[in-house]
Design a protein around this ligand. Structure first.
Ligand SMILES: CC(C)(COP(=O)(O)OP(=O)(O)OC[C@H]1O[C@@H](n2cnc3c(N)ncnc32)[C@H](O)[C@@H]1OP(=O)(O)O)[C@@H](O)C(=O)NCCC(=O)NCCS
Length: 163
């Protein structure tokens, strides 16, 4: 049983601690472990024309333990869409259904606020396409160049229409 808790800047230490427990993700997309200011960047980074208050950071809890993190942008890139910036489960808890349970809670939240679609992007060097396909996402065909330190790849856009 998981719960999603809204995080704010007072939770920086907790969020950083979660991010540091996803080292393979950071290696895949940035070629190194989480930066010491990764949590700060997670709270502050928003797409152009969006405001920090359009971003929701959620801590995934299982009982008393922090086991994952989600970031969502409301109304991006258009008013009917939520952009799922990040969803990660700590490595010690992966492959036990928490990622799927977390995604289903996120989808419920997005529907509750009346949005119609969820969009996300997957970096080519991060092998999670099949997870998102299982959650009902499809590739839109849009790709962008992706460069992060030593990692040069593409990011691939995926979407799910909510019914
Ligand atoms: C991707 C991630 C969120 C999946 O979470 P998880 O808790 O390990 O996944 P679950 O145990 O809920 O798996 C749900 C289903 O997806 C499958 N699955 C999980 N990760 C997968 C992967 N990387 N590739 C293919 N299938 C995957 C599982 O086998 C399971 O299938 P089943 O329902 O048929 O048994 C997790 O691996 C993670 O946090 N990765 C690092 C961060 C990351 O890359 N996030 C995505 C950024 S776009």
């Amino acid at each position: 049983m998981i719960q999603l808790i809204t995080a704010n800047k007072g939770d920086l230490f907790r969020v950083q601690n979660i991010l540091e427990q996803t080292p393979t993700y950071h290696l895949n997309v940035g070629g190194r472990k989480a930066m010491p200011n990764a949590a700060e960047l997670l709270f502050e980074t928003v797409p152009q024309k969006k405001l920090p208050e359009d971003k929701l950071v959620l801590i995934v809890r299982e009982g008393l333990d922090d086991v994952g993190i989600v970031d969502l942008i409301h109304g991006y890139p258009n008013l009917e869409t939520a952009f799922l910036g990040f969803l990660a489960i700590i490595e010690g808890k992966q492959n036990s259904g928490i990622g799927k349970a977390t995604y289903l809670e996120v989808e419920k939240l997005v529907k509750e606020v009346g949005l119609k679609k969820i969009r996300l992007s997957v970096v080519g060097t991060n092998p999670v396409d099949a997870f998102w396909e299982k959650m009902g996402f499809h590739f839109t065909g849009e790709t962008k160049d992706y460069r992060n330190k030593k990692v040069h790849s593409i990011s691939k856009l995926m979407e799910k229409e909510l019914t």
